[in-house]
Design a protein around this ligand. Structure first.
Ligand code: MLT
Length: 394
């Protein structure tokens, strides 16, 4: 037996596992200290009442033989796909029901989608970026090229026609930088991908944080995207499903290469390796799209937006440069006093018992930056902000 040698090329531990380990080690040595966690983007508010009611209803369904469900459709129940279709239609994007695939989350699909692409594709990933894009490609032995996201380009790299990419990753609003492309900028990426015959893997997990109309919430709002893009969405950040697990991926039927249809291939892949999301969870997810569900999840999103503003205002007072915080739950800040990312991580943990995510963990260009999330509770965010301010003005 020989194990996958490509694992030798990836970092020994996943970024958020390393943050958790280092935090755990500090907590063990300092059991009296209250640690405030603004590291991983995990939500804190409970599920919306409309979702809870739907979940209870679905549990009842499972208790009666007339409404009991066994295996569901590989691509998700029609009731949920119809709700998703309606959500897109409200923004002027028309999708076929058979272009929507329900999954257990964007992270899994972003990794799994690689099954339908050839090993020898050239992969283009922004740096810094959500580590899953790079790690999943490197695990499969693919070489990854990077598009520099820097302060100079506002962390929004644009296409470079000298680079011949086959698979392009875009996350907007971006994790970790919080920067978001406007429609004109996305159109440039779509034109580049169509010209090269490339595909854009568009991670829209944070679309619900967009409040500025010039920004696209879906890449399919941009002309030409249907022939070059796959979109990954999640209920995690939208509706607090990080522990409940549900997402969806849109693969257009017009995404074709060498006569092969990506939509059919994805269905084939899912039917082979995936038995779908639990009926109960899909019922909960469908409730998100009802009028009441939307009202309730927006109330929660506003709560996180207020947290983002608390952090952003603190950075303003401290004179620390940052992106995000608006149209995004992440604040991406430049480490003060010229500190490196992990150095600032230790400084904050030891000096204020606040945990964030070191920018260097998202790529080389993330060195010297640091990410704070707005997904904590209001109480924790306020206290963390006060502690950071005290530490940095001492
Ligand atoms: C993050 O903190 O970047 C996210 O929570 C990770 C994820 O969504 O998997």
């Amino acid at each position: 037996m020989k194990l996958n040698q490509n694992f030798k090329n990836i970092k020994e531990s996943y970024l958020f596992a390393e943050v958790a380990d280092r935090t755990g080690a500090y907590a063990k040595l300092n059991p009296d200290k209250k640690i405030l966690k603004l590291g991983i983007g995990d939500v804190t508010l409970p599920l919306a009442p409309a979702v809870i009611e739907a979940l209870h209803g679905a549990v009842e369904d499972m208790s009666k033989s007339e409404t009991f469900r066994g295996y569901g459709p590989y691509e998700g129940y029609e009731f949920l796909r119809e709700s998703i279709q309606g959500y897109y239609r409200a923004r002027g994007v028309e999708l076929g029901l058979d272009e929507i695939f329900v999954s257990d989350g964007a992270k899994s699909d972003l990794g799994n989608i690689l099954d339908i692409f050839s090993k020898d594709n050239v992969i283009l990933v922004p740096d810094p970026v959500y580590p899953v894009y790079v790690d999943t490609n490197e695990m499969a032995g693919r070489k990854v090229l990077f598009a520099n996201a820097t302060e100079e380009n506002g962390f929004l790299p644009m296409p470079d026609y000298k680079v011949k990419a086959d698979v392009i990753y875009i996350c907007s609003p971006n994790n970790p930088t919080g920067a978001a492309y406007n429609k004109a900028q996305l159109k440039e990426w779509v034109d580049y991908a169509n010209k090269l015959g490339a595909v854009i893997l568009y991670d829209a997990a944070y679309e619900c944080f967009i409040s500025d109309d010039s920004l696209a919430r879906s890449i399919f709002e941009v002309d030409g995207a249907k022939s070059c893009a796959i979109e990954f969405c999640s209920f995690s950040k939208t509706a607090g499903f990080t522990g409940t697990r549900c997402g969806y991926t849109v693969v257009s039927k017009t995404l074709i290469s060498d006569g092969m249809n990506a939509n059919k291939m994805w269905l084939r892949r899912q039917a082979t390796k995936f038995n779908g999301v639990p009926y109960i969870v899909q019922k909960g997810a469908a409730a998100v799209f009802t009028e009441r569900g939307q009202r309730e999840i927006h109330k929660n999103l506003d709560y996180y937006r207020r947290n983002a503003k608390l952090i952003a205002d603190c950075m303003d007072r401290l004179g620390i440069k940052y992106t995000g915080g608006k149209n995004s739950p992440y604040i991406w800040l430049k480490c003060p006093r010229g500190m490196k990312s992990w150095e600032f991580f230790d400084y904050l943990l030891k000096g204020a018992q606040v945990v964030g995510t070191p920018g260097a963990g998202f790529g080389e260009n993330g060195e010297g930056f640091f990410r704070l999330t707005a997904f904590g509770s209001e109480e924790v965010t306020k206290e963390a902000v006060a502690r950071i301010e005290k530490l940095l003005t001492e």
